[in-house]
Design a protein around this ligand. Structure first.
Ligand code: BDR
Ligand code: CA
Length: 310
């Protein structure tokens, strides 16, 4: 059983579609939208459009936090375009978000389950889950694992020289999560920058000829351009789907149990994930930090699951 917390975003969209295309492996309890790549009204709208595209309107979408816990909002239209899902020709959703705030829903649904029963997947800033933990700390042991895309260490930042976008946007919520005792699996830029959408990999989606395949191909074609132009990469890094791929096939990834400190102090390093990779402190590990990926197996898995959506 999983909760997806996301700020779609094209790469969030691919992650959500891969999860919805895997009903035999993943029971998606709902999607909590959060402000991030684009403002909340758009991340809610995009989440609804994605469950409709997948034919999975049984999965509720909840509207969550409009802004980070402490800092002012930061968005990334320069990467994702004005709507967040530029490149896909998605229908305007006809369904409505579920009643209630996403943070309330997260607390309620976790408290309704046994300890370590639900996995939380975060694909955006950690505001919803951070606020839920502040409101009801008893949810921590309910979470089997929190698998997150965010942070960076050896690779440096993509939003400031020190910080990756999701942690940069809301470092205070990230701090709450990393000090909560929840088992964390972290997918940083160190792994996602090895998962590039080369032309051969994009072709997997182009060739599908299904509405979901066409939407993914269009979105990734748009989304690639930023990283290819900015960083000179041979393709765009497909960040968020690493979270879903880990749940489906953890052997794709390799990493290390280490301690991660979230830098919250204002200044040039705010939002940095300080990873004690070599164990030079006496801090106990609080996260499994990934830095290796079998990228071809990763793309094949995504294509298989999105191909099942039709
Ligand atoms: C992360 O930031 C967003 O732009 C992407 O959706 C991903 O979650 C990468 O830094
Ligand atoms: Ca995201």
């Amino acid at each position: 059983m999983i909760i997806i917390d996301a700020d779609p975003g094209q790469d969030d969209a691919v992650a959500i579609l891969a999860a919805l295309g895997s009903p035999d492996d993943l029971e998606v309890l709902g999607i909590a939208a959060v402000a991030g790549n684009v403002p909340l009204d758009l991340t809610v709208r995009n989440s609804l459009a994605l469950v409709e595209l997948a034919g999975r309107t049984d999965v509720p979408v909840y509207a969550g936090s409009v802004r980070p816990m402490v800092n002012s909002p930061v968005t990334a239209e320069y990467v994702h375009g004005a709507t967040g899902l530029e490149g896909a020709d998605l229908q305007t959703p006809t369904t409505e978000p579920a009643a209630g705030h996403a943070c309330d829903w997260i607390v309620e649904i976790l408290m309704d389950h046994a300890d370590a029963e639900v996995t939380v997947c975060t694909l955006g800033p950690l505001t919803n889950i951070g606020l839920a933990l502040v409101r009801e700390p008893r949810i921590a042991p309910k979470i089997r694992e929190l698998v997150m895309m965010g942070g960076s260490f050896f690779e440096g930042g993509n939003t400031t020289p020190a910080a990756e976008f999701n942690v940069y946007v809301d470092p205070h919520s990230a701090h709450v999560v990393f000090t909560s005792g929840i088992p964390i699996v972290m997918m940083p830029l160190d792994v996602t920058h090895k998962a590039l959408t080369t032309p051969e990999r994009l072709k997997l989606f182009v060739d599908m000829g299904t509405p979901a395949g066409t939407a993914v191909a269009g979105m990734l074609d748009f989304y690639n351009r930023w990283d290819m132009e900015k960083y000179g990469m041979p393709g765009g890094p497909l960040h968020d789907p690493t979270v879903i791929a880990y749940l489906l096939d953890p052997e794709i990834f390799g990493g290390k149990e280490v301690h991660v400190h979230i830098e919250t102090a204002p200044g040039a390093t705010q939002g940095m994930t300080i990873v004690d990779w070599w164990g030079v402190t006496d801090h106990e590990p609080n996260a499994m930090v990934m830095n290796q990926i079998d990228a071809d197996r990763f793309f094949a898995l995504l294509a298989d699951r999105i191909g099942r959506l039709g």
